[in-house]
Design a protein around this ligand. Structure first.
Ligand code: ADP
Ligand code: CIR
Length: 346
């Protein structure tokens, strides 16, 4: 589909935030603007126009996109995060400030815990607008920095180019690696030159992993079996500090860490558990009342846009901007405690 200078045809039954906030007036105001990397409003909305079932539907090409197209991004950011233009974002990556004793020490409910952050390199366009050359340079620079890590974080970088199909599929089904061919990312230009420049770094027991050049240039991940949320957060924060000694990330005082999808701005953190809740799963209305109260999101067992299997859900924090990293994890912890209490009583 080619997008031109006219207001796009948006389906009547479209429920994305793009469809909610892209009025003809907003489009007209933005249609001739471009960022310093040549990113236009047509580029911003392409994924949501082509994928009418999008939840959000927009991507940024660079930090400047959030400013240049603020008439569209600001209301979307307000709607998703509850964060207004005059609000302030603050970071807190101190595990000592987290109150999260294992909510399920006997492993009846929580299967595994995972916390990730998205990061992008300061001074470069985001993956939506980056050149092949710069993408490859990022892969090189970041993999060198990662290969120098020591102790528990010590591991190996595996480029996607040349990885066998069996290994790749196993890594995906074990929840360690990103999928290929995501249609939302495809439309956003994030899959250009696939698989070149992409890959995964992980330690031997796969408790610390870094995805390179997927939706964001880095996704830094800490995960392990069971519900020791604090241990997972502590490992992640240690790793971020180590990587930041070698690589400078794009950060803005107002909207925090810059990411290609506005849902990830701020902390860029998603703290999740895979949790068995078959009884609540049979009463989605009640389930959602609890997840809404604690600012949580329900995903399926294979990540975003996937379904639940066997009563197991991926429960994570929804807010990422205007709350600290500690608060993101605290939202998830508090909600998981409430969910387990209700599930036990059913
Ligand atoms: P992201 O978390 O980076 O936004 P996805 O929702 O696609 O992206 O999840 C990426 C992968 O991580 C998927 O395979 C998903 O099942 C896995 N995952 C997410 N949370 C957990 C968890 N708590 N335990 C194990 N795997 C998880
Ligand atoms: C959508 O709008 O449904 C996709 N573009 C994904 C949005 C959420 N993305 C994310 O959490 N990174």
């Amino acid at each position: 589909m080619s997008l031109d200078n006219r207001f796009p045809m948006l389906a009547e039954d479209c429920n994305s935030l793009l469809c909610k906030y892209l009025t003809p007036e907003v489009f007209d105001a933005l249609k001739d603007r471009k960022t310093n990397n040549g990113f236009s409003i047509q580029d911003v909305i392409k994924s949501g126009v082509e994928n009418i079932d999008s939840g959000i539907g927009v991507y940024a090409g660079d930090e400047l996109s959030y400013h240049t197209f603020s008439e569209l991004f600001d209301p979307i950011i307000k709607d998703y995060h509850g964060f207004g233009v005059d609000d302030i974002h603050q970071s807190n990556l101190n595990p000592d400030d987290l109150n999260a004793p294992n909510p399920d020490p006997d492993n009846h409910y929580i299967i595994s815990t995972r916390i990730r952050v998205g990061r992008n390199i300061d001074g470069l366009p985001l993956g939506t607008a980056i050149s092949k050359k710069d993408r490859n340079l990022i892969e090189k620079k970041v993999s060198i920095a990662l290969n120098a890590l020591t102790g528990e974080l010590s591991g190996t970088y595996y480029p996607l180019s040349g990885m066998s199909e069996i290994v790749r599929e196993q890594l995906i089904s074990d929840h360690f690696l990103f999928k290929a061919g995501d249609r939302f990312l495809e439309s956003a230009g994030l899959n250009r030159n696939w698989p070149e420049g992409r890959g995964i770094y992980h330690n031997d027991n796969k408790t610390f992993l870094v995805w390179i050049n997927e939706e964001d240039q880095l996704r830094i991940i800490s995960m392990q079996m069971g519900g020791d949320i604090k241990a997972v957060f502590t490992r992640l924060t240690t790793a971020i500090k180590e990587i930041e000694k070698k690589v400078t990330f794009s950060y803005n005082d107002h909207i925090g860490y810059i990411t290609s999808c506005p849902t990830n701005l701020g902390t860029a953190m998603r703290a999740s558990v895979h949790i068995k809740l078959p009884k609540l799963g049979a009463d989605m209305e009640r389930f959602k009342t609890i997840t809404d109260k604690y600012y949580l999101q329900i995903r399926g067992i294979h990540g975003e846009h996937s379904d639940s299997e066997g009563g197991i859900y991926d429960i994570s924090n929804k807010r990422r901007l205007g709350v600290t990293e500690v608060q993101c994890v605290q939202d998830m912890f508090d909600g998981v405690v409430a969910l387990i209490t209700v599930e036990k009583g059913l």
